[in-house]
Structures are given as C-alpha cells and as structure tokens.
Design a protein around this ligand. Structure first.
Ligand code: GN1
Ligand code: MG
Length: 369
C-alpha cells in the first residue's frame, strides 16, 4: 500500500483559507477512488486538524458540478441541524474555502483539491466492530434521506451518470468478459456464471424508476458503514460523509448498498471466504435503524423491495469489482494482486447467503415497518 504523503501538500494547504502554521500532512488510506489526507495546523496555541482530498477527476468528470452539489447539500444540512438545535460543525461537513473563496482548488496541473474541517471525537469503521454502530449508521443514512427530501432548488447534478443503473453495469460486465483485455476471464468462470445466472434481477429497480412506480429521491448512493462518523463517547452516528455521489436516485440503492458491509461478518476484501457471512442479527439492527428514521416517508413500492435491494446492490458491487478485475484494475485502487477479485468473491458469497435467508430477512423488515 502506498502511504507516502504527497510532497506538495503543504503548498496545497497554503491555497486554502486556514489560519495557523502548517505542521504535517499524512494519508488516510481509506476509500477506493479519491486520495485523502489529514493535515495538522498549529493555531491559537493548539492543534487543529483538516481533511484534504484530491478528487479523482477521471471518475468524477465534472468536479465543479460535484462541488456545487456538496455546497448545496451541506448548506441546507447546516440550516436543518441549527433548526433542530444540533451542532452544525460536527453533524455535517464544513467546506474550507480557498483563499479565492471557492469550494475547491484546481492546480495548474489540472488536479482538484478540497478541504474540510476535521470532526473530532468521532471515527469511522471499515468493518463491524460493535453491533450498535450498525443501528447508528443506518439511522444516520435514513435521516439523511429524510432531510434531503426537503432540499430546495431543483435536481442535483448527476456526478456519475447511471451510477446504480444495474442493467448498464451488467452490460459493461458482459463487455469486459467478451473483450477480456488481460486474459483473466477463463480463471474466473464460476464468478462470471454467478452473475449470468442473475441477469433478470438487474432490471428490476431501474425499470421501476423509469416507469415512475419507484419515486426518484435525493440519495447518498455510497452508504458503506464507514461513510458515517460514529461518536467515540456515545456510539451515535454523528455525521454522514463522502457526499460525492449525493444525487438523484432511489432509497433502494442506499438501503441495499448499506447491507453488504453493515450485515457482513468480515471486511469487503477478506480473502478467506470462510470468514465471510451474512449475519441476520446485524441485518436486524440495520433495518431497525434505517426504518426508525425513514419508515414514515417510504412508499410501498419501496418497502416491498428493501430485501431484494440488499441482494441487488451487493450483486452490483461484486459485478463492478469483477469487471474491474477483468479490465486490469483500472477503476478501484488495489493494494495487492487479485484484490478486486477478492472483493468480488466476498460480495457473491453474501448474495448467495441473502438468497437463502430471504424469508427471514422479509420477516425482519416487516417487524420494523
Ligand atoms: C467506492 O471510494 P469509496 O470507498 O468511497 C465506490 C462505491 C463502491 C465502493 C466499494 C465513486 O467508494 O460505489 O461501493 O468503492 N465509489 C465510486 O467499496 O465508484
Ligand atoms: Mg465514496
């Protein structure tokens, strides 16, 4: 894993409106797309921390529009948090503007940087360490959707078009099998067949959205457990982070995508499949947290597909990992050979287990509706 701090972080920081003296910057090696760092400044006799991120502009083709979304969403979140008597400096991201009062910096080399205030007294978890965090994170995502249902000002930009269009993801997967640029397809036939056998699932949510049966809403679209900061003291979900894919979508994307990590017994890239399982008890906490926040605004076309969406989004993610493996690891960062294949395999194992436990999952959702 490359954990070298980029040499120019001090000068990147100098472009932002931060008070105090820069001390150090070190990488935060989490996330598969952007590069994230933590910078420390000395100010007013103490240490103040910030988060720097280089936006991957090959994935997010229009960083300007992405940042316009984040400005809108965080400004609105701040108003809602203040109105509810909360602490806006902890409960939503605070953008640190550049000295030219922009929300991001574009360097002469064409890279894009942004800076947020660091949220103290809270952290994220890459795998489930405490079952209470699952409830807390899921409730935070449900609350986030509920809040954004009131977002004024028209549709947000689609930062990645067709991001959760599972059918198009399937077509891209088929193309990677056919083209097979690295000659890797023959060695992953069982994984390829696993996806082919589930082709008919891939159209369900996108067709429901297209026909208007499933409502379009503002959703987060990347609802991994580690995208909620958990308070160190109380264990509550403090702040929903990683707002790059907040855009029009379906609540089914968010709920479904949260299950593949929130109800799993191992990390997303666990190479030992014997350790990877779907845990109904964790799913119970996840469904309870989500529905405690979201139950009163969901419609039946959504609630009846929640369990299906858990399988679908897990399949979609596994399919994306396998596609990237076949293409030669060009999208998701990898830290070892076969990393994307390991990730794909954990997702397929989870899908298979969810298929077996469908009726038990249905019972859990019904209990909390
Ligand atoms: C990527 O970079 P990160 O970890 O926030 C990906 C998500 C995947 C996730 C898999 C823009 O998210 O869609 O679910 O990896 N984000 C993008 O862990 O593709
Ligand atoms: Mg993300």
């Amino acid at each position: 894993m490359d954990t070298r701090p980029a040499a120019d972080l001090e000068s990147i920081c100098a472009s932002f409106a931060v008070e105090g003296r820069w001390i150090s910057t070190c990488p935060i090696p989490s996330g598969h797309i952007n590069d994230t760092y933590c910078s420390r400044f000395e100010a007013g006799g103490g240490i103040v921390q910030y988060v720097n991120q280089r936006i991957n502009h090959h994935v997010f083709r229009e960083p300007e529009l992405l940042m316009a979304n984040i400005e809108r969403v965080t400004r609105f979140a701040r108003q809602c948090i203040v109105a509810a008597g909360g602490d806006p400096d902890r409960e939503t991201l605070t953008i640190v503007p550049t000295r030219e009062e922009r929300s991001y910096l574009r360097t002469p080399e064409g890279t894009y940087w942004r800076m947020f205030r660091f949220i103290n007294g809270a952290r994220t978890y890459d795998r489930v360490e405490d079952v209470r965090h699952v409830y807390a994170a899921s409730k935070a995502f449900g609350g986030f959707q509920k809040m954004l249902a009131q977002l004024p000002g028209g549709r947000l930009h689609e930062t990645i078009p067709d991001f959760h269009h599972t059918r198009k993801r399937y077509d891209a997967f088929l193309a990677s099998v056919e083209f097979d640029p690295r000659g890797r397809a023959a060695a992953v036939k069982p994984e390829i067949d696993f996806i082919l056998a589930r082709e008919k699932d891939t159209g369900v949510v996108v067709e429901g959205l297209a026909s208007g049966r499933i409502p379009e809403r503002v959703t987060h679209n990347d609802t991994k457990l580690n995208n909620v900061m958990i308070d160190d003291r109380t264990g509550a979900g403090v702040c929903v982070i990683d707002l790059d894919t907040v855009m029009p979508g379906s609540v089914l994307y968010d709920f479904g995508d949260s299950v593949r990590l929130g109800a799993a017994t191992a990390a997303e890239d666990e190479p030992d499949l014997a350790k990877v399982g779907f845990d109904l008890g964790l799913f119970d906490r996840l469904a309870a947290g989500y529905l405690d926040a979201a139950r009163d605004f969901l419609v039946p076309a959504e609630t009846e597909l929640l369990v299906f969406a858990a399988r679908l989004l897990t399949l979609e993610c596994g399919m994306r990992f396998l596609t990237d493996h076949l293409k030669g690891d060009v999208y998701f960062k990898i830290h070892r050979p076969g990393h994307n294949l390991d990730r794909a395999r954990t997702q397929f194992k989870l899908v298979a287990e969810m298929e077996r436990q469908e009726s038990a999952m249905d019972a859990v959702v019904r209990k909390y509706l």
